[in-house]
Design a protein around this ligand. Structure first.
Ligand code: FES
Length: 111
């Protein structure tokens, strides 16, 4: 099972966190199951971009974003080359390091 290391975020996980993901499930599901309250306004169907994350390590092991994910990512705050939608990322065997953006499309949550 992959280990997902989430870097500290001032609101959602100030100390950062690690959790064991389940292969084949989404990164968003894994975070929610681990108790991290990542936004997922469209209920994880790639239609809102509120689950935007930056995959800082391990991204090369993931399948590339499809057209629906890429289209939604265009709406994400702070988009960069490591941006993904957590609901679209399927966990594999590789460990990941994930950073949560300070803002989402829904709310400013900067501290
Ligand atoms: S939860 Fe809406 S795009 Fe991921």
């Amino acid at each position: 099972m992959p280990t997902v290391h989430v870097l500290p975020h001032p609101v959602l996980c100030p100390g950062g966190m690690d959790f064991e993901g389940r292969r084949g499930t989404s990164l968003c599901e894994g975070m929610l199951r681990a108790g991290l309250a990542i936004e997922h306004a469209c209920d994880m169907v790639a239609a809102c971009a509120t689950c935007h994350v930056h995959v800082r390590q391990g991204g090369a092991s993931l399948t590339e974003a499809d057209e629906a994910e890429s289209d939604q990512l265009d709406n994400a705050w702070g988009l960069d080359a490591q941006s993904r939608l957590a609901c679209c990322v399927r966990l594999g065997d590789a460990d990941l390091v994930v950073e949560l953006p300070r803002h989402t499309r829904n709310h400013a949550r900067e501290q």
